[in-house]
Design a protein around this ligand. Structure first.
Ligand code: BES
Ligand code: ZN
Ligand code: ZN
Length: 529
C-alpha cells in the first residue's frame, strides 16, 4: 500500500498544475488510503425478491454467512413483516462479531435475465444497482472496508460497487471529500476463488475505464486543455500503449483544414492524439475516434450562457475512447486498436471561423461553415479521414455531437448510426451485457441531401432546419468514411447522469465506455482484428 501511495504522489507532481497540485489527483476509482486508518469491516449480502413472509431467498454466499451467524440474519430479516423488494435494503448490526454492519440488499427476482423490450440483462442491472446502493449506504455509516457478495454475477457486482464509489471532489477541501472505502469480493465460501477473483478484477477494470472517462469529462476546461488532456493520457496509457501527441504544424501538414478551422478561435493550441494498443499482431486495427472539444462555447454562433458549463464535457467522445483503451489494455485483450483524438477549444475571437466561411477537409471536400456551433463534425471529418489511412477493420467514433439526439433518446441510450448490420448486432449484444444501452438511428440519403444542398461548397455543416439534427450530423460524417464497418455513436444525450442510472452518481457519466470495451472484447474473438 505504501508503495502505491508514493507512486500516486509522484504522478501528481509530474503534471505541473502547481496551483492545485496538492489536491489534484489523476487516478480513477477509489480514494487515497491512509495506512494509519482504523478499518471497520462491513458486509453486503444479496437476497432475491420473495413473497414468502417466513423464508428468505438468500444468494449462495449470503446463505453461508447466515449459517456462520447461526441464522441471526434470517431471523432479524423475518421480524419485519414486509418482504424486501428489489432495490431495497436492510442494515443489521451486531449479528456477526467480524462485521460492524451487515447490509442486506435485494437484487430482484431470481432467474431474471435478458428483457427483449428493455434490451438489457435485467439480472445484471439489478445487481449493479443493488450493490451500488449498499456500498453508498455503508460509506454514509462510516464503514470503510466492505466485503461484497458476488450476487451470482461477480463482474456485475464489482462494476456496481466501483462505479458507485466514484466521486470527483479532487478540487474540494479534504473535509468535504468522500471518505476512502476499500471493497473486496466475499469469496471465502466460493468453490473456485480464483475465477471469482478474476471476474471481480474484470468488473473493477471495466468500472475503472468508465471512471477515467467520467473524471476527464468532469474536469473543468481551464485545467483540462487539449495539452493537459494529452499529458494525462500519456500518464495513464503510456506504459501499455504508444501515445503520439501531434501539434498544429502536423495537422497543417496533413491538410486538416476542417479540424483547424475550429481550433483557430482559441489561444489554446490544438492537439491530435494518436494512440496504439497492440494486444496482437495485425495490419487491420480496430479504429476508435473521439470528439475532443475541451470546451464548446459555440464559437461565433455562440451558445446561450445558461448551462454552458456542461460544455466542459464536450470531449466526452475522447474521454470514452481513453477510458476504453485503459480497460482494454489492463485486461490485455488480444486485439489491435488505434485511436484518433482531435482536441481543441471552440471559442469566439478575432481569429475564429465566421458563419459562411469555407474550409477544406483532408479528403479535399470543401465545407461551408454556416454554424460554428456544429464544430464536432468538423473536427471528426479530418480524424475519420486520417483513420482510414491505417486500413482499419472497423471504425467506431464517439461524439457528444448534437442536442437533437438528446431530444430523440434522452439519457435512455446512445444513438448509433452504422452502415453495418453485423456491427450493429455486435454493439447491441455488448450493450445488453453492460447495461449501457444503444439505439439504432438511420443513415438515409434523405439526410445526406440536407447537407449536400450547399451554396458555396461541397457540403454545408448544418442541415438547414432543426429537424432530424442528429441524422443530418451523422450524414455529414458519412461523407468522410469509406469503411464498410463504420459506427458513429452520438453520446450527447447520455453525457451526464441526473439520477437516470442508479449506480452512477450525478454528473458526467462516462457512458458508453463499458459497452465499447465489451464490443472490443467481442471483436477480439474474431480473427481479423
Ligand atoms: N456539443 C454540442 C452538442 C451537445 C449538446 C452536447 C448538448 C452535449 C449536450 C454540439 O457541438 C452542438 O452545439 N451542436 C449543435 C448543432 C447545431 C448547431 C446544428 C446543436 O446540437 O444544437
Ligand atoms: Zn457546438
Ligand atoms: Zn460540441
Amino acid at each position: 500500500m505504501a508503495a502505491s501511495i508514493v507512486k500516486r504522489v509522484s504522478r501528481v507532481k509530474k503534471l505541473n498544475v502547481s496551483h492545485i497540485s496538492a489536491r489534484y489527483k489523476l487516478l480513477t476509482g477509489s480514494r487515497h488510503f491512509s495506512t494509519s486508518k482504523q478499518w471497520n469491516n462491513a458486509l453486503v449480502l444479496g437476497v432475491y425478491e420473495n413473497e414468502s413472509t417466513d423464508s428468505i431467498d438468500f444468494t449462495g454466499t449470503a446463505r453461508k454467512f447466515d449459517e456462520k451467524a447461526d441464522g441471526k440474519i434470517s431471523q432479524l430479516l423475518l421480524t419485519v413483516k414486509k418482504p424486501l423488494k428489489c432495490g431495497k435494503t436492510r442494515t443489521l448490526h451486531a449479528v456477526d462479531p467480524e462485521f460492524s454492519s451487515v447490509l442486506v440488499t435485494c437484487i430482484g427476482k431470481r432467474g431474471e435475465g435478458y428483457d427483449e423490450l428493455e434490451t438489457v440483462d435485467k439480472g445484471r442491472e439489478s445487481i449493479r444497482a443493488a450493490v451500488a446502493k449498499a456500498v453508498l449506504q455503508l460509506r454514509e455509516l462510516g464503514e470503510n472496508e466492505i466485503e461484497v457478495d458476488s450476487c451470482g454475477d461477480t463482474e456485475a457486482s464489482a462494476e456496481g460497487c466501483h462505479l458507485a464509489l466514484f466521486s470527483y471532489d479532487d478540487l474540494k477541501a479534504e473535509k468535504s471529500r468522500k471518505p476512502a472505502v476499500r471493497i473486496s469480493c466475499a469469496t471465502r465460501y466460493s468453490q473456485d476463488k480464483n475465477s471469482m477473483e478474476k471476474e471481480w478484477r474484470k468488473g473493477a477494470i471495466l468500472a475503472e475505464g468508465q471512471n477515467l472517462s467520467r473524471r476527464l469529462m468532469e474536469m473543468p476546461a481551464n485545467l483540462l486543455t487539449p495539452t493537459k488532456f494529452a499529458e494525462i493520457i500519456k500518464e495513464q496509457l503510456a506504459d501499455k500503449c504508444e501515445v503520439l501527441v501531434r501539434d498544429k504544424d502536423w495537422a497543417e501538414s496533413m491538410k486538416m483544414g476542417s479540424f483547424l478551422s475550429v481550433a483557430r478561435g482559441s489561444v489554446e493550441p490544438p492537439v491530435f492524439l494518436e494512440i496504439e494498443y497492440k494486444g496482437r499482431q495485425s495490419d487491420s486495427p480496430l479504429a476508435l475516434v473521439g470528439k475532443g472539444v475541451t470546451f464548446d462555447t459555440g464559437g461565433i454562433s455562440i451558445k446561450p450562457s445558461q448551462g454552458m458549463d456542461a460544455m466542459r464535457g464536450d470531449m466526452g467522445g475522447a474521454a470514452c475512447v481513453a477510458g476504453s483503451l485503459l480497460s482494454v489494455s489492463k485486461l490485455q485483450l488480444p486485439v489491435h486498436v488505434k485511436a484518433f483524438i482531435p482536441l481543441c477549444e471552440n471559442m469566439p475571437s478575432g481569429s475564429a471561423t465566421k458563419p459562411g466561411d469555407v474550409v477544406t477537409a483532408m479528403n479535399g471536400k470543401t465545407i461551408q461553415v454556416d454554424n460554428t456551433d456544429a464544430e464536432g463534425r468538423l473536427i471528426l471529418a479530418d480524424a475519420l479521414c486520417y483513420s482510414e489511412q491505417f486500413n482499419p477493420s472497423l471504425i467506431l467514433d464517439m461524439a457528444t455531437l448534437t442536442g437533437a439526439i438528446d431530444v430523440a433518446l434522452g439519457a435512455g441510450a446512445a444513438g448509433v448510426f452504422t452502415n453495418s448490420e453485423n456491427m450493429w448486432n455486435k454493439l447491441q449484444k455488448a450493450s445488453v451485457r453492460s447495461g449501457d444501452r444503444v439505439w439504432r438511428m438511420p443513415l438515409f440519403n434523405h439526410y445526406t441531401k440536407k447537407i449536400t444542398e450547399c451554396q458555396l461548397a461541397d457540403l454545408n455543416n448544418i442541415g438547414g432546419s432543426r429537424s432530424g439534427g442528429a441524422c443530418t450530423a451523422a450524414a455529414f460524417l458519412k461523407e468522410f468514411v469509406n469503411n464498410k464497418n463504420w459506427l458513429h455513436l452520438d453520446i450527447a444525450g447520455v453525457m451526464s447522469n441526473s439520477g437516470d442510472v442508479a449506480y452512477l452518481g450525478k454528473g458526467m457519466s462516462g457512458r458508453p465506455t463499458r459497452t465499447v470495451i465489451e464490443f472490443i472484447n467481442l471483436m477480439s474473438k474474431e480473427t481479423k482484428n
